[in-house]
Design a protein around this ligand. Structure first.
Ligand code: HSE
Length: 376
């Protein structure tokens, strides 16, 4: 071991507390896997009186997150504050000071990602965010690294656990309100669950997916979304009678003219992967030119699952530092093209007379339309 990496943790909520606890308890294995020693220098929290995991040294707690970012002994900042106000300033400040940043903040990256990635690239810093999309499922690595030598054609999936929990509970007779309350109790829902039920959380994740898959500076406000607030028990029951289920589907496809991207509740055949989701489970179908069809499935929300993704990123940054290599030059961050068209994905999908509000999910529909656009 050649050096000690200073780590600063911003936020100690559902995910942050899990990360902090594991950085403490699993130090030996994390250091062995990373090849470098690390020291958690400070943990920024909002409320000093709130209960925290017992493993955490209370002397590390501070309310001054900026001081952590400014501390020259902090090399790696783990941002788990969430939101786009304080977090935006802190991440920008950290990158500006050439700190490496690991975050699970999809709101921030889906709205300001292209700018922050360019800043990270200009400072030679890592900006990793596996925890921002689909919890424990390695979506970011799959799209951004494993398939980096291929050409990704489309990505579609069910990527909001709160909506899936609500829709699957409604299939069992629960009301929307009861099902939402349950998703909140389980820690799946965002602090403001209107982001979940309006489709905004899924649109944020889809923006990140499109950034990674297509190397385009897609930001979430450009993605059309319809939430599940208007889905009724009657709709859910009628769909089931037709051998269908309603799921909030997020889909994106690249065409020669731009991309199609949309989030909407769709009718999915029973037996299809998307219909089989329940609770916080996410599933994504990826189509790539050479790799063909890939399926990613697993825990898309929850403290331990998201902490797993965050810690994977932490180990990756530590390894890079341990190897004393320069961090990978992220030229692609500069290459994200800001100007392109984002069109709605579901416009041409079939509808059923019994439930005309919902597009019918067909795996190939968008792809066929995409080809038509490419030809046009
Ligand atoms: N609110 C999110 C969800 C949490 O329900 O999927 C994970 O991103």
């Amino acid at each position: 071991m050649k050096m000690t990496v200073g780590v600063g943790l911003l936020g100690c909520g559902t995910v942050g507390a899990n990360v902090a606890d594991r950085l403490h308890r699993e130090r030996e294995v994390i250091e062995r896997r990373s090849g470098v020693r690390y020291e958690v220098r400070a943990v920024a929290i909002r409320d000093l009186a709130k209960a925290r995991p017992e493993s955490l040294d209370r002397r590390l707690f501070t309310r001054d997150a900026r001081a952590i970012v400014d501390d020259p002994n902090v090399d790696l900042v783990i941002e788990l504050v969430g939101g786009t106000t304080d977090a935006a300033e802190l991440v920008e400040r950290a990158l500006d000071r050439a700190r490496h940043v690991v975050t699970a903040n999809k709101d921030l990256l889906a709205t300001q990602g292209p700018r922050l990635m360019a800043l990270a690239a200009s400072r030679g810093s890592a900006l990793r965010f596996e925890g921002a999309v689909a919890g424990a499922i390695p979506v970011v690595r799959t799209l951004g690294e494993a398939l980096a030598g291929d050409e990704i054609l489309s990505v579609a999936g069910v990527i909001n656990g709160t909506c899936t929990s609500i829709l699957s509970a409604m299939e069992q007779g629960s009301t929307f309100a009861d099902a939402l309350a349950r998703a909140q109790q389980l820690g799946y829902a965002e602090a403001d669950p209107s982001n979940d039920v309006s489709g905004t959380d899924a649109a944020h994740k889809l923006a990140l997916v499109a950034q990674l898959a297509f190397d385009l500076g897609v930001i979430s406000p450009r993605i059309a979304r319809t939430g599940i607030v208007r889905v009724t028990q009657r709709d859910v029951a009628r769909a089931r009678m037709l051998g269908l289920r309603i799921r909030l589907v997020a889909a994106t496809l690249r065409t020669s003219e731009g991309i199609l991207a949309e989030v909407a509740p769709a009718l999915v055949r029973e037996g299809h992967d998307f219909a089989a989701t329940s609770g916080a489970e996410n599933v994504l179908h990826v189509r790539a030119r050479d790799a063909g069809a890939l399926v990613l499935r697993g825990a898309g929300a929850g403290g331990p699952a998201t902490a797993s993704a965050v810690l994977g990123d932490v180990v990756t940054v530590l390894r890079t530092l341990a190897d004393r290599r320069d961090l990978p030059a992220r030229g692609r961050a500069h290459a994200l093209a800001p100007a392109f068209a984002v069109g709605p994905f579901f416009e041409g999908n079939a509808r059923m007379a019994e439930l005309p509000e919902y597009p019918v999910w067909e795996e190939s529909a968008g792809i066929v339309r995409g080809r038509a656009l490419v030809k046009a």
